[in-house]
Write a protein that binds this ligand. Structure first.
Ligand SMILES: Cc1cc2nc3c(=O)[nH]c(=O)nc-3n(C[C@H](O)[C@H](O)[C@H](O)COP(=O)(O)O)c2cc1C
Length: 181
């Protein structure tokens, strides 16, 4: 296999988070700083985040809008971050790359989390309209992803189907399949 930085090689997305671990303020600041320094189209930086910490009101409002399948595990994360992006630029023009840019910011955040020995699982199955209402989001932002962050938990605390996925081998396409030619 080709060489990979240990930070990328050790990153993976658990379902089992430690239900009593909290993030420090410095850790949260570090994650957001990593997102802040991501590249973006024309440096528009369209990503926006809302941080919920376990048991605070924002966390509860995010959790309750996740799909039932995701609610089974996400409540144990130390934090649930809503990742959104602006829908128009500073001069009112469209931002065709905003979702791509948000993805890059979350990728940066994920790498920083790994450097801090934290774990991330991203979530796209949620009720966006419900989140918009419950978090009183401006119509100028589009909620796109929820980012669960925390310390690694016990896979045996998971329901059986999730436990099997948690300890199973991760799969990837071979590089040859990624090449257009
Ligand atoms: C945009 C996005 C949406 C995702 N949505 C969900 C989700 O709703 N529920 C879930 O359990 N995992 C979700 N995941 C996690 C992926 O399933 C996971 O990253 C993928 O299986 C690869 O595993 P790895 O991150 O451990 O390499 C999502 C990941 C991304 C990037």
């Amino acid at each position: 296999m080709a060489q990979l930085s240990p930070i990328l090689a050790t990153r993976w997305s658990p379902h089992a988070f430690d239900p009593v671990a909290d993030l420090t303020d410095a850790e949260v600041a570090s994650l957001l700083e990593a997102a802040r320094w991501a590249p973006s189209a024309d440096n528009t930086q369209p990503w926006r985040f809302l941080v919920g910490r376990r048991d605070d009101e924002a966390f509860k409002r995010i959790l309750t809008n996740l799909s039932a399948a995701n609610q089974r595990w996400a409540g144990h994360a130390s934090a649930l971050l809503l990742g959104a992006h602006a829908t128009t630029g500073p001069t009112g023009g469209p931002l065709p790359h905003a979702a791509y840019d948000l993805g890059q910011a979350v990728a940066h955040l994920t790498v920083q989390a790994t450097a801090l020995r934290l774990y991330v699982r991203q979530i796209s199955a949620f009720d966006a309209a419900g989140l918009r209402t419950d978090l009183e989001l401006s119509p100028e932002v589009r909620p796109h992803v929820v980012v669960a962050v925390g310390r690694l938990g016990d896979p045996f605390s998971l329901p059986e189907d999730l436990r099997a996925r948690e300890i199973g081998l991760r799969q990837r396409r071979p590089v040859a399949e990624l090449m257009l030619r």
